[in-house]
Design a protein around this ligand. Structure first.
Ligand SMILES: *Cc1c(COP(=O)(O)O)cnc(C)c1O
Length: 424
């Protein structure tokens, strides 16, 4: 592998040339908006290869990775057991569109890990998982309205692509063109960690509310842990109003604990959405929960949901092999220990250097928030990137530590953070 610097014929770096080409072919040059570096400016490195906690770009630059493909890479990249199993599975056929034993194996593993999940349906993304869980909640309750929280992301389905207007207790305003106001009006928006805002919506709309959907640890506005009593309060409000509680654990599932935030905070949702780690780097999502609810999904029930590639054998294999690693002895203790080494190190740096910033974390999920705003983050981000530290290109994303990060990786990262943060 050549890691030396490379440039193209006209003096651009390879990543710059690749981005120029991509811009002509795809909107923003990307297939998911945040990858385009809109919030931080500059040119995104094009990734050529990844192994363990490291990434290499098309110019041969090496990075310590804290994006982890936005969550899935909890074992590190290209884990040898996962990669080998996927290669072997590929030899037996890429997709059948018919039942396989692999689906039941992964289903049984998830059901064993999540005590609230009695039956599960696999889909291809977190977006599909959340969209389908909300459809099921509406179908099962016969109610149209849902409550979500400002700043929580549940994928890009119409119903869920809604955030608050100026007041919390207003009807949702679509946060994308193309979402009809008539859909958005059924999505009520409350404030995260503010039970009062949820209570008010229940009082106003009472028996019209099908479910509350929440990220039990918010990750899509940066890492924001639930305050004491918030999740229990949601459980109680849903029970009082015969609405369903949906935990979107697409990010937190297998991340903040093996059994997700519901294990960590001991709250039992009615339905759970999973994704990211569940697919071990391949496109997998899932929703599952109470048996009486899941039995209302087609073909047993009247709530329709289907997928040509759902339960794909390669994806199921990657999921099974990933969970096999995660269910080994004391894996999360190890992960949390190495993560705490990083987060406490950063905390110490911002404390001693008196940087107006604050780090928030739950286990291996963390965000460094700059109180001075976007410019400070931007400078820090580019300094870190130049120094070989790959962070999400937005202040409002969670960073992840993986099981492949070593003490040496963390020490290098802390040295770079200490250097970079002075100039931020
Ligand atoms: C990433 C994410 C989704 C969407 O998953 P995709 O696989 O990107 O569609 C939904 N909910 C949460 C909490 C997420 O973090």
């Amino acid at each position: 592998m050549d890691h030396g610097p490379r440039t193209t014929d006209y003096g651009l770096k390879t990543s710059e040339k690749l981005f120029d080409e991509a811009l002509k072919l795809m909107p923003g040059g990307v297939n998911s908006p945040v990858r385009a570096f809109g919030a931080v400016g500059g040119n995104p490195p094009f990734i050529a290869r990844a192994l363990g906690a490291k990434l290499w770009d098309a110019d041969g630059n090496e990075y310590i990775d804290y994006v982890g493909s936005w969550g899935p890479a909890i074992l590190g990249h290209a884990h040898p057991k996962v990669a080998a199993a996927v290669r072997e599975a590929a030899e037996r056929g890429l997709s059948f569109g018919a039942p396989t034993e692999l689906e039941s194996r992964l289903a049984a593993m998830v059901i064993q890990i999540f005590s609230s999940i009695k039956k599960i349906r696999f889909v291809n993304s977190g977006t599909e998982a959340c969209m389908s869980a909300v459809r099921l909640a509406r179908g099962a309750t016969g109610r149209d309205k849902i409550i979500k929280f400002k700043g929580c992301y549940h994928g890009h389905a119409d119903t869920l692509l809604v955030e608050a207007g100026s007041g919390a207790a207003t009807f949702g305003i679509p946060s994308s063109a193309g979402v009809p106001k008539d859909f958005a009006k059924h999505t009520l928006v409350a404030n995260y960690n503010d039970l009062g805002s949820v209570e008010r919506l229940f009082q106003q709309h009472k028996e019209k509310i099908a479910c509350v959907i929440v990220e039990p640890v918010a990750g899509n506005m940066g890492c924001v842990p639930p305050v004491e009593g918030f999740l229990q309060g949601l459980r109680d409000l849903c029970d009082a109003h015969h609405a369903l509680l949906v935990f979107d654990e697409v990010m937190t599932g297998f991340r903040v604990a093996l059994g997700g935030a519901q294990e960590l905070y001991k709250i039992r949702p009615d339905l759970t959405c999973l994704g990211k780690i569940l697919g071990g780097g391949l496109p997998v999502g899932a929703y599952g929960g109470r048996k009486d609810l899941m039995d209302q999904v087609a073909p047993l029930g009247k709530v329709y949901q289907a997928g040509t590639l759902s339960g794909n054998p390669l994806a199921m294999t990657a999921g099974i092999k990933t969970l096999e690693q995660l269910t080994q002895y004391q894996v999360y203790d190890r992960l949390n220990e190495i993560s705490a080494f990083l987060t406490s190190g950063i905390k110490e740096i911002i404390g001693t250097k008196k940087i107006p910033a604050r780090i928030q974390s739950v286990g291996s999920m963390w965000t460094l928030f700059f109180e001075k705003g976007p410019e400070a983050f931007k400078k820090f981000f580019h300094g870190a990137l130049k120094g070989g530290i790959y962070l999400p290109p937005s202040q409002f994303e969670a960073c992840f530590v993986s099981l492949a990060h070593t003490k040496d990786d963390i020490e290098k990262t802390l040295a770079q953070v200490a250097d970079t943060i002075l100039t931020a």
